[in-house]
Write a protein of this length. Structure first.
Length: 595
């Protein structure tokens, strides 16, 4: 099947003007020649890498080449016919009558055995000349070489006559700004099939992101089949909405073969009832309470359904250890996310163990209770091996009920209060993954998901109620919707010192699934997550320090078409007119207005 969005214009491309090849994410440094299109024939991989992970590299190239020849890709926008508009050219190419064809991809990998773990070298160089007859790629690791293949997939396009070309000679030196570049998929609120999880991994790989944060469970369901406690999947939504051990291993292997790490999350002690209660109901506090957003003094959860692990009950830690050990045997990445967000004090009014513990010493606070969890759970999480690094949500260190002393080697994921929390955490010496909800939450702005909300029973927009559809019971607390421009324009290191900036490991866009399932996940995730991909790969500013949001526009619109061509069902961002007429739909004629 050939991708034919603009087949009607193809015949003119090689004789009139260059297609605007514009890979995403933008490379850190890209230099185009001007000697015109170079024919591409059957490309064969030649590599200096032998042994080690050579087979993985070979398979990656086979996938890349298959995509190139199958799609016969053409960027969806050609030269803009609108007077006065200057699209962002890749060069002033002209027709070359007898360019030497390219037949080989020569890859040199310095360390073919480097593991896919946090901080692995992902840099690469790629060079195509009009005389050598091959593409030359140098990379420190196979993971960097894979990124080079991904770039090459966007550089090789159809010539409109059944052949392939590289638009013109090009030299690229590339490496990511940040080692952590990811998305989060939530399979606890609604089940997401393995097929759709693999689709998200394809989107990650195509956009050079390298982390799938898999929020496996939540209070609502426990979908993972466990050998230790098989009864836990009584709280899966159904027998077909479960992940077997082989399902989880399949996701991990599929991701690894595409340079993507899978970091699992089991959220605890908050957001924990399903599964756990099947092992021992006493492990869980407030499981059968009303969540009480309508009566705040009785409040037990931020959303239905309530339930938290009982921090004082001794058996809690026995079960946590067994569950964590089994999942650590499956998910062997060095990192494991253990949640620790949104602990609700009211839930523990239902725990005799916690209430007795408070009664023993009236000076104890909920901060001490959180510290009890840290002191007793963290040693369990460290027990999986010396390479294990723990990741938690920032609440454990910043909320009103935060622990008094959270170890500095725990990576904290910052989701609230934007730049303020980032500055706070990095000033205290924590490594941070940025996921600020005001900028990066992909599920925001769809209205409240809880039912029977009387605030919607109004015959006009209640302008006097500033919380409507933004906060509070049932509302879309993180509205409005986060557009790709909102994501891309987020300068999350603003006002940080150089020392603080070193603690920023990268960023991740979460997609919580209260209103997401297989039908909508890819449409909600992509291509907005690709805007984040460029932000954390090469940044949002040009060499002069100016925001390049306007420049990204056409790159992102084309990339959306490319995702869909590769069977990642990304949502549409604009009318097709805007896609085919670059920058005709800009808000300002002045394309440097964003600074």
């Amino acid at each position: 099947m050939k991708f034919s969005t603009v087949l009607g214009a193809l015949a003119a491309l090689t004789t009139v003007s260059a297609v605007k090849v514009n890979p995403l994410p933008a490379p850190r440094n890209i230099t185009w020649g001007n000697s015109g299109a170079i024919p591409v024939k059957q490309l064969k991989l030649r590599t200096d890498s032998q042994g080690g992970q050579h087979a993985t590299l070979n398979l990656a190239w086979e996938r890349a080449w298959d995509s190139i020849i199958t799609l016969q890709w053409v960027p969806a926008a050609i030269e803009a016919p609108i007077p006065h508009f200057q699209p962002f050219p890749t060069g002033s190419a002209t027709k070359r009558a007898a360019a030497k064809a390219i037949h080989n991809v020569q890859v040199t990998v310095v360390d073919p055995n480097a593991d896919l773990q946090h901080g692995v070298d992902e840099s690469y160089t790629l060079e195509v000349t009009d005389s050598d007859g091959y593409v030359e790629i140098h990379a420190q690791t196979i993971w960097g070489a894979m990124h080079a293949f991904t770039t090459l997939q966007q550089l090789i396009i159809s010539d409109g006559q059944g052949g392939l070309i590289i638009e013109q000679p090009v030299t690229i030196q590339d490496a990511p700004l940040y080692p952590y570049r990811g998305i989060m998929v939530d399979t606890g609120r609604n089940f997401i099939s393995v097929r759709k999880i693999l689709e998200q991994i394809d989107g990650l790989a195509l956009s050079k992101m390298n982390v799938l944060h898999w929020h496996l469970d939540d209070a609502q369901s426990w979908p993972m089949q466990m050998r230790t406690y098989p009864e836990m999947t009584k709280d899966a939504y159904s027998a077909r909405e479960q992940y077997s051990r082989s399902d989880m291993l399949r996701v991990i292997a599929y991701a690894r073969s595409r340079g993507v790490r899978v970091i699992p999350e089991v959220d605890m002690p908050g957001h924990s009832v399903s599964g756990w209660q099947q092992v021992d109901p006493e492990i869980v506090a407030c499981a059968n309470s009303w969540w009480s957003n309508d009566n705040w003094p009785l409040h037990t959860a931020v959303e239905p359904n309530p339930g938290q692990l009982d921090i004082i009950y001794p058996k809690t830690y026995e079960v946590v250890k067994n569950v964590y050990s089994e999942l650590s045997d499956i998910f062997q990445d060095n990192w494991f996310h253990v949640g620790a967000d949104e602990i609700q004090p009211g839930c523990y009014n239902f725990s005799s163990h916690v209430q007795d513990w408070f009664a023993e010493d009236p000076s104890r606070t909920y901060n001490d209770l959180a510290q009890y969890w840290v002191d007793h759970a963290v040693p369990i999480f460290r027990s999986s091996g010396s390479n294990r690094r723990i990741m938690m949500w920032e609440d454990i260190a910043l909320s009103a009920e935060a622990a008094n002393d959270v170890p500095k080697d725990i990576v904290l994921q910052s989701w609230n209060n934007g730049l303020g929390n980032i500055a706070n955490l990095t000033a205290r010496g924590y490594d941070v993954v940025v996921s600020s909800s005001d900028f990066m939450y992909l599920d925001c702005g769809k209205g409240g998901f809880v039912t029977n909300d009387p605030r919607y029973d109004v015959m006009s927009n209640p302008s006097g109620d500033v919380t409507f559809n933004y906060q509070g019971a049932g509302g879309s607390w993180c509205a409005p919707y986060k557009t790709w421009q909102r994501i891309y324009d987020y300068d999350f290191t603003t006002n940080l010192t150089d020392t603080q900036k070193k603690h920023i490991l990268g960023a991740e866009s979460p997609l919580w699934s209260e209103q997401v399932d297989d039908v909508s996940i890819s449409n909600e995730m992509w291509p907005r997550a690709a805007a984040l991909a460029e932000l954390v790969w090469s940044g949002n500013r040009d060499k002069n320090g100016q925001k390049r949001t306007t420049e990204l526009t056409q790159r992102l619109l084309n990339f959306r078409e490319y995702l869909v061509a590769n069977n990642v069902m990304a949502g549409m961002l604009v009318s097709k007119y805007c896609l085919q007429h670059p920058h005709a739909c800009d808000f300002y004629y002045n394309q440097t207005v964003i600074t």
